[in-house]
Design a protein around this ligand. Structure first.
Ligand SMILES: NC(=O)c1ccc[n+]([C@@H]2O[C@H](COP(=O)([O-])OP(=O)(O)OC[C@H]3O[C@@H](n4cnc5c(N)ncnc54)[C@H](OP(=O)(O)O)[C@@H]3O)[C@@H](O)[C@H]2O)c1
Length: 317
């Protein structure tokens, strides 16, 4: 069968002929792969540079996708077994790590929405435990996951949603109640930015942060200065597009009712990840949620690999 194979850590995938997978245990499920999203995490796991990577090479690239079983059932899968991956004609998965795709959902939408949708659903439901009184700030509401997070927060009943980030046009289109773009402020206007940010987010109770770095430090500073110190704030770390580190003032944790946690593979258990994706599919159907995508054939994997992850590249197999 045809597969996009990574020969060594960090090497780009090449199309090769490899043997088809064989079912060995009761939990093994062989799927004919139909579509796979090239997310940042899928590329990092494939190249061996993600914290959850299995570093044995050669292996088939691609972490997640949508496939069909031999009796025609359609499944989303997250992770494959052995050297198999999503970017091949067939893959081998653990059937306990699959989600049945509802008939109403097309395979490309299912492949595109599962990972970004899970990022905000799991963070809001399992980590922040959202209620209808919550005011949600999405930091980085400009890319695939952040833009969808705005819609997800409304779908899960948020009272108000605020969007921050740097791309003003994308923030405007995200559909939040209010937005603030850091790119409207020069280096010598940072005090004004903190003031405007603080005024806008003073009643925020949940933060979903896709950026981390300086934008996160500024949000924490603004919450410290402008929010009611006694009201509970759940700050959920999801992505680190601005930087992988921050300076965290100890006074913030001592003097405010502030809870900092992460949401991702590891801090969520497997059951939570799978059930989040089931719910994302339901919400995609009932609330017409979608993400922008661009499709590529498996043969063009090298071209797709170098494309930005927004709109989301989807490999059709
Ligand atoms: N923990 C989880 O469960 C989970 C799940 C999915 C994704 N994630 C993470 O979430 C993040 C976003 O993923 P995605 O799929 O939405 O990516 P994406 O579609 O590629 O979007 C990236 C967005 O981030 C913006 N951006 C990049 N660097 C920035 C910076 N320094 N300051 C402000 N904005 C910046 C870009 O803005 P411009 O338009 O200005 O370039 C773009 O709009 C990634 O870190 C990803 O790994 C986490």
């Amino acid at each position: 069968m045809k597969a996009a194979v990574i020969r060594n850590k960090g090497a780009l995938p090449t199309i090769e002929e490899i043997d088809e997978p064989i079912q060995r245990t009761e939990d093994d499920l062989i799927l004919t792969v139909k579509a796979s999203a090239l997310t940042m995490v899928s590329k990092a796991v494939s190249l061996g540079s993600h914290y959850s990577s299995r570093n044995s090479f050669p292996k088939v690239a691609g972490m997640e996708g949508v496939g069909e079983s031999k009796n025609g059932e359609r499944f989303y899968f997250n992770g494959s077994k052995g050297m198999y991956g999503a970017l091949a004609e067939k893959t081998l998965v653990d059937k306990n790590r699959t989600v049945k795709i509802p008939d109403e959902l097309d395979i490309v939408t299912a492949a595109a929405i599962a990972n970004p949708g899970m990022s905000s659903y799991a963070a809001l439901v399992y980590r922040a435990k959202i209620t209808k009184d919550d005011v949600v700030l999405i930091n980085g509401a400009t890319g695939t996951a952040g833009t969808l997070a705005v819609k997800m927060a409304y779908a899960l009943g948020a009272k108000k949603v605020i969007a921050t980030g740097r791309n003003k046009e994308a923030l405007k289109n995200a559909g939040a109640d209010d937005y603030l773009s850091s790119s409207d402020y020069q280096d010598d206007q940072q005090t004004q930015y903190l003031y405007d940010l603080g005024k806008m987010i003073s009643d925020v109770t949940i933060v979903l942060d896709y950026l981390w770095g300086k934008p996160a430090e500024q949000i924490m500073q603004a919450l410290y200065q402008f929010s009611d110190r006694h009201s509970e704030i759940r700050y959920i770390q999801i992505g680190s597009l601005a930087s992988s580190d921050i300076d965290l003032p100890s006074t913030l944790l001592r003097s405010t009712n502030f809870t900092l946690m992460g949401s991702g593979l590891g801090s969520l258990n497997k059951k939570e990840v799978i059930s989040s994706i089931e719910k994302v599919f339901e919400l995609a159907i009932n609330n017409h949620l979608n993400v922008p995508y661009a499709t590529f054939k498996l043969e063009n994997i090298k071209e797709a690999w170098t494309k930005p992850s927004h709109p989301r590249p989807i490999i059709i197999i």
